[in-house]
Design a protein around this ligand. Structure first.
Ligand code: NAP
Ligand code: HSE
Length: 434
């Protein structure tokens, strides 16, 4: 059987999983790709770090040029992460005539147009199944299996770290900081976990999904985003009382007004499929015009699920399939027009609002008046009795669930309410996904 030399950049969580699969399952992978993969090079920063894989005859080096300048290497797998030096390494690999497999959504979201232009010019492919949803084959699903559809909407849990933290906070009352530390120890988090918890990683993934689902060349800064880093446990608790769980969602909806995109902690109705996604699991709900409602579910982060997607891409590249898909999909095209995004005054949802108010007569009526003046209708209210011992006028939480309302009106009402002297600003506002 013919051999194909592969160079692996990075041997962290994902790289180690890739190396393990390539070395432990060499026969199965050779059968399925038609050639025997030779993991010829691995590039790391620190040669002395202990590694969770026995690399045998693979050469471990710190200089990526050893890989890029090796004419035998046909495919470079990038699992370094971030954009520097990942971008220049990927561009150099393409220029050297190598196909590229990457798990790096930050790189694609920030530099997809440059990378894909270079790949097209070089006649090479870039495969990126692991960039969204870990082991879930959502890139293949949107790019190939659902290609007959116009996707109408996406609602997705695509950050395993955040979902792990939210699940631990909701089910076991684990404090946020210790849940985050555990997610890092399990290999779910980015090297800089701020990217997970502030919603940036989810926005990167939504930018990638938007290419495939909507042919929209969206940049990360066009996606309004909030993370879970400023979420209060009180809101998880009140959401529970109202029959919801809080999830970090990536949302995309196509309407006559354009494409609406957002990343935010969102209330999801208990008993619906997305509400039941727990721990590092991810799920992507895709609604297409022909297929209807679909749900893709699986492990969204971690060593072996992500390696499954990377090695699947490698098999696709080596068998020659990836190059055909790459050419026909024409993603991150330099000639695609800027996306038509839904203007903020056309965005509508139900909203969860939490105010901290002085416990005095007339305060609830004052808030209701402001909401009414902005045409926001109240669906339900929670105000717990603070007890007879609480000092008169002391601050108490008031939770209001609205009916469907315009986001612009809700924001204007909140600004007005936060200016009242009986309200302790800032109030909390979360969207609701039924
Ligand atoms: P990681 O554990 O931090 O591993 C990064 C690896 O890259 C390390 O082996 C590191 O070397 C090496 N590296 C970093 N900078 C380098 C440089 N300048 N030159 C040579 N080697 C360098 O990261 P990871 O979690 O595997 O993530 C890798 C990529 O996969 C990221 O793009 C991430 O977003 C993506 N991803 C991760 C997951 C996941 O569950 N972790 C899932 C899907 C996608 P040393 O080991 O010597 O420090
Ligand atoms: N840090 C990412 C997450 C890795 O937690 O989902 C998978 O992309």
């Amino acid at each position: 059987m013919q051999r194909v030399a592969v160079g692996l950049l990075g041997l962290g969580t994902v790289g180690t999983g890739v190396a393990r699969l390539l070395l432990d399952e060499a026969d199965r992978i050779a059968r399925r790709s038609g050639r025997r993969l030779d993991l010829k090079w691995v590039v790391v920063r620190d040669l002395d770090k202990p590694r969770g894989v026995a690399l045998g005859s693979t050469k471990v080096v710190t200089d990526p040029r050893r890989v890029l300048e090796d004419p035998e290497v046909e495919v470079v797998v990038e699992t370094i992460g971030g954009t520097d030096p990942a971008l220049s390494l990927v561009l150099d690999a393409l220029a050297a005539g190598k196909d590229v497999v990457t798990a790096n959504k930050a790189l694609l979201a920030e530099h997809g147009t440059t990378i894909f232009a270079h790949a097209r010019r070089a006649g090479r492919a870039v495969a990126f199944e692991a960039s969204v949803g870990g082991g879930i084959p959502i890139i293949h699903a949107l790019g190939v299996a659902l290609a007959a559809n116009q996707v109408h909407s996406l609602a997705a849990i695509v950050n395993g770290t955040c979902n792990f933290i939210l699940t631990a906070m909701t089910r076991e009352a684990t404090p946020y900081a210790s849940a985050l530390r555990k997610a890092q120890a399990l290999g779910y988090a980015e090297a800089d976990p701020t990217l997970d918890v502030d919603g940036t990683d989810t926005a990167h993934k939504l930018a990638v999904l938007s290419q495939l689902a909507f042919e929209a060349n969206v940049t990360t800064d066009q996606i309004p985003r909030e993370g879970i880093d400023r979420l209060h446990t009180a809101d998880i608790r009140y959401a529970g009382e109202l029959g919801y769980v809080v999830k970090l969602l990536a949302l995309a909806k196509l309407s006559e007004y354009g494409l609406e995109l957002r990343v935010a902690p969102t209330l999801v109705k208990k008993g619906t499929p997305l509400a039941d996604v727990s721990g590092p699991y991810n799920a992507i709900r895709v609604v297409g015009d022909a297929v209807g409602d679909t749900l893709f579910y699986g492990r969204g982060a971690g060593m072996m699920p992500t390696a499954s997607a990377v090695v699947g891409d490698l098999i696709d590249v080596i068998s020659g399939r990836a190059r055909v898909t790459f050419r026909t999909l024409d993603l991150w095209s330099e000639t695609s027009p800027p996306p038509k995004l839904t203007p903020p005054n056309r965005v509508r949802s139900r909203y969860y609002l939490r105010f901290t108010i002085a416990d005095r007569p007339g305060v609830l009526a004052a808030l209701a008046r402001v909401l009414g003046a902005h045409e926001i209708s109240i669906a339900s209210v929670i105000q717990h009795d603070p007890g007879d011992d609480a000092p008169a006028g002391s601050p108490v939480p008031l939770v209001i669930m609205t009916h469907l309302a315009a986001e612009a009106s809700v924001r204007a009402a909140l600004a007005e309410i936060d200016g009242l002297d009986v309200v302790h600003a800032p109030s909390v506002c979360l969207g609701v996904e039924e």
